[in-house]
Design a protein around this ligand. Structure first.
Ligand SMILES: Nc1ncnc2c1ncn2[C@@H]1O[C@H](COP(=O)(O)OP(=O)(O)O)[C@@H](O)[C@H]1O
Ligand SMILES: [Mg+2]
Length: 317
């Protein structure tokens, strides 16, 4: 097994975004710059906490956000469980890699599907009797200190038609029954509103919404809003939208409009840009978070700052 790689703290001389408690909507365009909005009503969360990164659009930076926040929290010394819940890409599983125990056969490896559907009692008899699989059994270390992953494969979609009822609450119960002492759980949810995605939203305390500024988002509410509202109304009243992150951020009227709209829709949430950095796109191929691949990248500073703001450092450091 590869030696565990510690994720170091960020250099203090990075160019962090300034933090404001309110937008200056009157500022002319040339004076306006990227800032992180932390409204006075925002309260950081305390551990243990479950975050879901969600948006019903693809390519908005969900996986990147899940990995970089998880890496930032792991660097703060928090024990992080990262759940890959997007069967379309299984991106986290391939990005960070999973360290299976030596000698464990491929058929004995668990992933998120097994948490929902169970596994054969005898791995060599796939059609034999099945048993339940706990979240802890499906959680494996990565090469990175404090960072563990619940992998997923494309067959996670089998949950949609194979599970007989109770899928909505399955992840919530699995988390409640888990015994491994993780401080933070981060779920990378699929853009598809599947039963698994619903289960992720029901299991979570906090939602992080990455948004890639687009014309429609600026005109009206973000398209994820109605989903979040429905979940809060029906299944998970305690789900809080903690942050809206404008990813791949570049200065533009559109970015500004989307940020203003986000602040209006979620007046108690952090709204922060994550600056566009080509290094982010390179990181998955290097098998490590951008934070290790390019520790001085602007997006790394932005994710680091948001990670610190989201959790109460007094309780968690
Ligand atoms: N801040 C950023 N700067 C530059 N590229 C980014 C940034 N955030 C995300 N990307 C790129 O955008 C693409 C989509 O991101 P990804 O996290 O896979 O989105 P999703 O999980 O929502 O589909 C990826 O190629 C990723 O590298
Ligand atoms: Mg993704």
């Amino acid at each position: 097994m590869t030696a565990t790689i510690g994720i170091p703290p960020l250099a203090s001389d990075l160019e962090f975004l300034s933090i404001v408690s309110q937008w200056d909507l009157e500022a002319p365009y040339h004076q306006w710059s990227a800032t992180t909005l932390v409204p006075p009503t925002f309260r950081p969360a305390q551990t243990p906490r479950v975050f879901v990164v969600t948006n019903n659009k693809g390519g908005v930076g969900k996986t990147t956000t899940a990995v970089e926040l998880a890496a930032a929290w792991a660097a703060m010394g928090l024990r992080v469980r990262l759940i890959d819940a997007d069967p379309q890409n299984a991106a986290i599983t391939y990005w960070l890699g999973v360290e299976y125990p030596a000698g464990l056969g491929v058929e004995e490896r668990f992933n998120l599907r097994h948490v929902f559907l169970g596994a054969p009692v005898d791995p060599l008899r796939p059609n034999g009797p099945t048993r339940e699989v706990s979240l802890d059994e499906a959680t494996y270390p990565t090469r990175f200190k404090n960072l563990s992953v619940v992998p997923c494969e494309s067959d996670l979609t089998r949950v949609e038609y194979e599970r007989t009822g109770g899928t909505d609450n399955a992840l919530k119960f699995a988390l409640a029954e888990a015994r491994e002492p993780f401080d933070v759980t981060v779920i990378d949810a699929s853009r598809t509103m599947s039963l698994v995605t619903l289960s992720c939203l029901i299991a979570s305390d906090e939602a992080i919404i990455p948004v890639k500024p687009g014309a429609l988002d600026a005109q009206g509410v973000l398209s994820i809003n109605s989903t979040i509202e429905a979940i809060q109304r029906r299944e998970n009243p305690k789900l809080r939208v903690a942050a809206i992150l404008t990813t791949m951020w570049e200065k533009s009227d559109l970015a500004r409009e989307v940020e203003e709209q986000a602040a209006e829709d979620y007046p108690n949430a952090i709204v922060s840009p994550i600056r566009k950095t080509t290094k982010v796109g390179e990181a998955p191929a290097t098998g490590q978070p951008t934070r290790l691949h390019a520790p001085r990248a602007t997006a790394v500073a932005d994710y680091g700052q948001v990670a610190r703001l989201l959790l109460d450092p007094v309780r968690t450091s």
